[in-house]
Design a protein around this ligand. Structure first.
Ligand code: NDP
Length: 276
């Protein structure tokens, strides 16, 4: 079973995107990203990962701390949305109780919505218009492409239907001419569905939900799930016996994760290169 190594792919992609950022720099454009972060909110190290990826890709990134109020954040986002020197805007989630993340996301113009957070971006993705999809969903496709995993005509099964991973990923896979099944917590016989998958992507946050017995021989399995238990990261896939069935596996750690932040930077550089 081949391990799909997201860290190596991310390192390669960061060099490529850095070159594009530098080319923009020669024209006087410095790709700039701002992420709104609420004071006191736990981000699980995500903010740090964003800054590291930005440093490696030549993107000027800052986390902008705001007090936990929708109005305060709206003022900050409004200013950044109007600032022509800022190309990408994101919000660190989850946001504190009482803050309306949808209202905040709606204030991000689609051209700067580099994590596909707003319903306008989601609608554009649905309609096949130029847009940024959520970075994690894009990262799954980037990982497949990096390993020349054929998507067209293949049966992809996505387990999880969230707004940030499952649903947009299903649309991106459809766009690549895969035949897509979406599973969720009410799916009647999950293993029967997953056993039909050429490409199986698990994004549920339920550790060990997918077992080798639910994997079709020679399938490609991508584990997006990351659940923190006692300082350890657990994926959705129980790797026990997996190497006897799967052709390839992207584990929860070192798989899609490093590519998510890389994808954010790619989107910022793209946003700085053109108007959507
Ligand atoms: P959500 O909690 O928003 O969604 C989870 C989805 O999984 C839901 O659609 C839910 O179904 C489904 N689900 C839950 N239990 C089961 C089950 N027993 N059988 C089948 N489906 C089930 O999570 P997210 O989409 O935000 O994240 C999913 C995982 O991916 C998490 O572990 C998260 O940490 C990780 N993640 C990783 C990222 C990365 O870059 N590596 C980035 C983003 C997320 P239903 O809709 O019916 O409730």
């Amino acid at each position: 079973m081949k391990i799909l190594d997201g860290r190596t792919v991310a390192a390669e992609r960061r060099v490529e995107w850095r070159e594009r950022a530098e080319a923009l720099g020669e024209k006087g454009i410095v790709p700039a990203l701002r992420f709104v972060r609420f004071e006191g909110a736990q981000d699980g190290g995500y903010g740090r990962s964003i800054l590291r990826a930005a440093g490696e890709t030549g993107v000027d990134a800052q986390l902008v701390d705001v007090e936990p109020s929708t109005d305060a954040a709206l003022r900050v986002i409004g200013d950044l949305a109007d600032d022509d020197a800022i190309h990408g805007l994101g919000i660190i989630t989850p946001v504190p109780a009482g803050v309306d993340v949808n209202e905040l996301a709606a204030a991000i113009p689609p051209a700067k919505d580099i994590d596909g957070a707003s319903s306008a971006s989601a609608g554009r993705l649905f309609a096949g218009l130029p847009s940024f999809a959520p970075a994690t969903a894009q990262a799954v496709i980037t990982l497949c492409d990096a390993y020349d995993i054929e998507l067209e005509g293949r049966h992809a099964v996505v387990v999880g239907r969230s707004r940030v991973v499952g649903k947009p990923l299903a649309l991106l896979l459809l766009d690549r001419n895969a035949t897509v099944t979406i599973c969720h917590s009410r799916t009647a016989d999950l293993a029967a569905e997953t056993r039909a998958a050429d490409l199986l992507v698990a994004a549920t946050g339920q550790p060990g939900l997918i077992r080798a017995s639910g994997v079709r021989p020679d399938a490609v399995v991508i584990d997006v799930g990351t659940t923190y238990v006692d300082g350890q990261v657990l994926g959705d896939v129980d790797a026990d016996g997996l190497d006897e069935v799967a052709a390839a596996f992207a584990p929860a750690v070192g798989g899609v994760g490093p590519l998510t932040t890389t994808q954010l930077m790619a989107n910022v550089v793209t946003a700085a290169s053109r108007d959507l």
